[in-house]
Structure formats: structure tokens, C-alpha cells
Write a protein that binds this ligand. Structure first.
Ligand code: CP
Length: 311
């Protein structure tokens, strides 16, 4: 694997999930692969899980790790070609990406959507800029439109907790006071399209995601109907895609409750707002898989880094 930008960069998802589970049982088995190599983790946005799990994965593989909060510590980057840089930006992506390539063998980047302009976000300026000008492999630690390491961790978690064939998996929108990106939902959907499962999305009208991503997927606007006979319920907020970045409703009726969940397992990428997105009774129950999902972030990152180290 040269770069990891999308969950679709994994040619055989099922096989990769099994390889990640094997790593989990023997995390230091490939410690020699990263010998005298360095990964640089660049954060343009906050993180708890991605930062620690990617670092842990790199440590398991024997890599040296450099972490930089680029958003608060780096120079403000210019991305446009041919600009006269006499305004706010001090450094161009052309130099920044090439300089990072001098110090590291892999660069991993987190750069969220701004949720102001759809076209700008879909251009993935930061990720694409590094891809264009860096001379080393680039890993997506959540970009404007995708969070593939989260989706891979979710696939591992589903594999570990599935008991029968063809489970029913529901992606349910939830209320949230802030406008959140579409990245987690997008990558989860792309991952689910490659699973042998019944998959349903439920959200209020107006919260339709990018139709190129949800193409051919069942969308139900009545949450209760969607949740019938579910085995796994993945809860996530996202802002409107059509009225880009807007919060259209915070209807508490969409919060996930123990009663609505029934016997299903609960999934969430975290961080989560308790009693807004989901009630305490769910998060504090045995039905919640969100700590397992967080733990699996390490093995998702590790299998991807391993594939990059051994192309
Ligand atoms: N799920 C996830 O990516 O968590 P962080 O934002 O804390 O990294």
C-alpha cells in the first residue's frame, strides 16, 4: 500500500480485518518493520483516540513517532498556486510537505472539514496538498470527507461481535448542539457497503448525506421503524449536507435510549455527548461497544502502517 486515504484503498476488507485481529493477539510480532523509520503525525484539529491509537500502533511496529499540533503550532499554510503571499499565510504547502518528507518516512494527517463551503471541503486541500508535494506515504487520520481508520476499527468491532450471518446494522443520526462533519458517517457507509449485512440509514428529512455515497442504500426517516430487529446500532450526528454545514434540528426524540436500542449492540466513534446523543443507560450498559471500537483504532492503524511498511 502506498497511501491510505479512504477505506476503499483496502482491496480486501475482510482479509484486512482478520489480519488486524491477528495483530491484536500479538501486537509486537512485526516490531522490526519500523526499525530506524519515523512517522510524523500532524494534527490540524483536536484528537484523543486517533492521536494515542496511531502512536501506539507505530510503537508496536517499532517506528519512531513525531507528533505536531500543526493547527496551533505550525505556520499558517497557503494552498493556492501562484499566490502573492503578502497576507496571513507564512508558508506554502509546497515547502511544508517537502520539508516534512525530509524528516519522516510516513506522514499521517488530521484536517477536518470547515463546513463553510462544500466545494472547498470536498477538494481536501490539506490531504491533497500533502499527497501532491510530499515524497512519502500519506495516511488519513480524518479528513474533510472521510475517517477511514475509524471505519476500519468499526469493521474489526463488527467482526468480533457478530454472532450470526447477515446482521442488521443501522446508522442512526442523533441530535447535537454543534455542526459536525460528515466524515465518520461517510466512511462507515463505504465500509458497510462491503459487508455481508442488512444496512439501513435513518435520519430526519434534510439530513441526507452525499448521494454519491448513499447510492443504493435503504434510508428510512422513521427511526423506530429502522431500528426494528437491529443487531447493531451505530449512532452519529452530522450536519446537513444539502444546506451545507447547517444544524437543522436538535430534536431530542432522536437521542438513542435503552428502550429504542432493544437488544442491539450500540456503537459510536467517540467523543460523545451523554444524554444528548445517547442516554447514560446505553453507554453504561454491556450493550455499548464504543470502548472496544476505541481500542480497535490501534489495530486498524497498525495493519495499515504495516501494509505501508511492507508494500
Ligand atoms: N473517534 C475519533 O477519531 O476520536 P478522536 O477525535 O478523539 O481522535
Amino acid at each position: 500500500m502506498k497511501h491510505f486515504l479512504s477505506i476503499t484503498d483496502i482491496p480486501d476488507l475482510h482479509q484486512t480485518v482478520q489480519e488486524a485481529i491477528a495483530l491484536k493477539n500479538n501486537p509486537y510480532a512485526f516490531e522490526h518493520l519500523g526499525n530506524q523509520k519515523t512517522i510524523c503525525l500532524l494534527f490540524f484539529n483536536n484528537s484523543l483516540r486517533t492521536r494515542l491509537s496511531t502512536k501506539k500502533a507505530a510503537i508496536h511496529l517499532g517506528l519512531h513517532v513525531m507528533v505536531m499540533n500543526f493547527g496551533s503550532e505550525g505556520w499558517q499554510l497557503e494552498f493556492a498556486d501562484g499566490t502573492t503571499m503578502n497576507h496571513g499565510c507564512s508558508e506554502h504547502i509546497k515547502e511544508a510537505a517537502r520539508v516534512v518528507s525530509q524528516f519522516a518516512d510516513i506522514v499521517a494527517i488530521r484536517a477536518f472539514a470547515g463546513l463553510v463551503d462544500k466545494k472547498t471541503d470536498e477538494a481536501e486541500m490539506v490531504l491533497s496538498g500533502f499527497l501532491k508535494y510530499a515524497s512519502i506515504p500519506v495516511v488519513n487520520m480524518e479528513s474533510s470527507v472521510g475517517h477511514p481508520l475509524q471505519a476500519l476499527a468499526d469493521a474489526i468491532t463488527l467482526a468480533e461481535h457478530s454472532t450470526g450471518t447477515q446482521p442488521k446494522v443501522v446508522l442512526s443520526w442523533a441530535p447535537h448542539p454543534k455542526a459536525l462533519p460528515h466524515a465518520v458517517a461517510n466512511s462507515f457507509i463505504q465500509m458497510m457497503q462491503r459487508q455481508d449485512a442488512e444496512f439501513v440509514i435513518t435520519h430526519p428529512k434534510g439530513y441526507e448525506l452525499d448521494p454519491k455515497i448513499t447510492k443504493d442504500i435503504t434510508i428510512v426517516h422513521e427511526q423506530e421503524t429502522a431500528l426494528e430487529n437491529a443487531n447493531f446500532v451505530y449512532v452519529k450526528n452530522w450536519s446537513s449536507y444539502q444546506r451545507y454545514g447547517k444544524v437543522l434540528t436538535q430534536d431530542p426524540e432522536w437521542m438513542m435510549t435503552k428502550q429504542k436500542l432493544g437488544k442491539a449492540k450500540f456503537m459510536h466513534c467517540l467523543p460523545v455527548r451523554r444524554n444528548v446523543v445517547v442516554e447514560d443507560a446505553v453507554l453504561d450498559s454491556e450493550q455499548s461497544l464504543c470502548i472496544d471500537q476505541a481500542n480497535n483504532r490501534t489495530y486498524a492503524a497498525q495493519i495499515i502502517l504495516k501494509k505501508i511498511l511492507v508494500p
